[in-house]
Design a protein around this ligand. Sequence first.
Ligand SMILES: [Zn+2]
Length: 226
Amino acid sequence: MSNFHWNCPYCGRNATITNSNLSSDGHLFSKDNKIGNLGLYTTVITCPNPECKEFTIEAVLHETKYASNTGRHVLYGDPLFEWSLKPRSFAKPFPDYVPFPIRADYEEACLIRDLSPKASATLSRRCLQGIIRDYWGIQKNTLYSEINELKDRIDSATWQAIDAVRSIGNIGAHMEKDINVIIDVRGGPYPPDSIPLVLNSIHEQGLGVTARPGTFGSDRSGLLVA
Ligand SMILES: [Zn+2]
């Protein structure tokens, strides 16, 4: 495999991955299963950063076809399944001084993104509200009102990240409802990758917040639904 750029989910560094950091292998099988010839491929990448050296494991399941000209099985079509085995989700690490409930909601929202998009969306909204209430000390009846209150108090880059969150499909449309109402995001007029976009925005704004450490948690009373 040729060299490619990669971002380490553990240390956040960008790196160029070569064969010295990469291991991949395939397991071909059929055993009369209902689909046919399948290939389960696993890829291990080790972070080249000498202070990190963490490794990731991903797996993908493909249909395969036998290519008579090469005598080998080749991948066919789009992947049937993809898994991130390590880390268990694409959640990016927050520093420890971000309150635990916010980090926990964010990490869980990432973890269940594919299994339960509506639960992931609900956690994302609660996470966003947790940041706004805890860091900025804004508490209104609805998250929509809280975001409006925030606009003149933050830099434009952070505002754009938050505005992206509320403008995405049903998540924005349902912000007037109670924060813990589970939103049915399936079948709605929203882009299928809206949840990852929300989570990325939460992380980006969270990083904007955490660039000024020490002001989180000044008054934790009444904040952050457990
Ligand atoms: Zn790393």
